[in-house]
Design a protein around this ligand. Structure first.
Ligand code: PLP
Length: 382
């Protein structure tokens, strides 16, 4: 069977250069970057190279990058760290209801400690309203946390504007850029974000490694205590091999970004048009005018998304129903619910997320297979 992987927003396969690097160096690059002998010095050298590469790709300084175990840890560190630092005497956070659970559940925890989250409304396409955002800011607003790109529907938020408004009003701004990094060029000298979270496995890097950009002067407290790694903000021996792998992955993603994104967008559009024209009652969810070039979330009327996912899986086609971390769960997607859909409708959508490794033949195969599965499932429900 030819396996087709259309679930790149959940995680993406390794870039071939990253794969080569990990294979070549996994035996030799084992030193502890804090050791002063040859093995440690080599690890430290590679760690520095990685930090230099990543910071320059963000147009940031090396001292502003903290390596973590991935997106979830970066988001937790940003949100909890800001309040733990005690440097802001305010207690309100503005966010959206369509954030990843890494944000939503951290905010729930903060709410249990007396902080107040204000969830902006989103419209039926998942868009926020800038005027509504501005009207929610008050003298008690400590922090704004908003994702750059939505993992389920691909929507892109107006992060440049949001960050400028926060800067003007002297409010800290954290951006969950886990789905944007590697897909969008981000210049942190131009976009005044204070804290930005990213994760390597979303851009063809290794799993279990990510980072937090922390603008010079922004104070946070660490979540981990121990050694003085990462300016004492993330204690624990760094996984230099994977951190370096992440730097290569980011470099490779941004190297041919325009060319790759145009090709992926073409494939995504082919897929979408093929599905919408063949399957009655199918509709795109989210803001099709302003979203990630690789993502398509399609709702199939009266079809159970999970059953559809399993039937596609039998054909070797991997997609997702709901948030990646929730795969296997039958909960309706909180993102689709926030668009105003019913619980049953929210259980009827499937996310296709493509990458540079996908081909036109794969798209054609899905367009061929999917209508047959839908027909079979609909007949079953007659
Ligand atoms: N934020 C978004 C938007 C995501 O899509 C994900 C992963 O699905 C995360 C955060 C969590 O990242 P990680 O899996 O690296 O912890």
């Amino acid at each position: 069977m030819h396996y087709i992987y259309f679930d790149n927003n959940a995680t993406s396969p390794l870039d071939s250069k990253v794969d080569e690097f990990l294979r070549e160096f996994q035996r030799n690059l084992f030193g502890n970057a804090s050791s002063i002998h040859w093995a440690g010095r080599e690890a430290k050298k590679q760690l520095n190279i990685a930090r230099e590469k990543i910071s320059s790709l963000f147009n940031a300084s090396e001292s502003e990058i903290i390596f973590t175990s991935g997106g979830t840890e970066s988001i937790n560190t940003a949100l909890l760290g800001v309040f733990e630092s005690g440097s802001i005497g305010k207690n309100e956070i503005i966010t959206t209801p369509v954030e990843h659970h890494a944000t939503l559940r951290t905010l729930q925890f903060l709410e249990s400690k007396g902080k107040k989250s204000i969830y902006l409304k989103v419209d039926s396409k998942g868009r926020i309203d800038l005027e509504d955002f501005q009207s929610k800011i008050n003298s008690n607003t400590a922090l704004v946390s908003m994702m750059w790109a939505n993992n389920e529907i691909g929507n892109l938020n107006p992060i440049e504007k949001i960050s400028e408004i926060c800067r003007e009003k002297n409010i800290l701004f954290h951006c969950d850029a886990v789905q944007a990094v590697g897909k969008i060029r981000i210049d942190l000298k131009k976009v005044p974000i204070d804290l930005l979270s990213f994760s390597a496995h979303k851009f063809h890097g290794p799993k279990g490694v990510g980072g937090l950009y922390l603008r010079e002067g922004v104070k946070i407290s660490p979540l981990h205590f121990g050694g003085s790694q990462e300016k004492s903000l993330r204690a624990g021996t760094q996984d230099v091999l994977r951190i370096h792998g992440m730097a290569i992955a980011l470099e490779e993603s941004l190297k041919n970004l325009e060319e790759n994104s145009a090709r992926i967008c073409y494939l995504r559009n082919q897929l979408e048009e093929g599905i919408l024209s063949r399957i009655e009652g199918s509709s795109v969810q989210g803001d099709s005018e302003n979203r990630l070039f690789n993502t398509s979330n399609i709702l199939f009327e009266n079809i159970d998304g999970e059953t559809l996912l399993l039937n596609l899986d039998l054909e070797g086609i991997a997609v997702s129903a709901g948030a990646a971390c929730e795969s296997g769960s039958i909960d309706p997607s909180h993102v689709i619910l926030a668009l105003g859909k019913s619980s049953q409708e929210a259980k009827s959508s499937i996310r296709f997320s493509l990458s540079k490794l996908n081909t036109e033949e794969e798209v054609q195969r899905v367009i061929e297979v999917l209508p047959k599965i839908i027909q079979r499932l609909q007949n079953k429900f007659l």
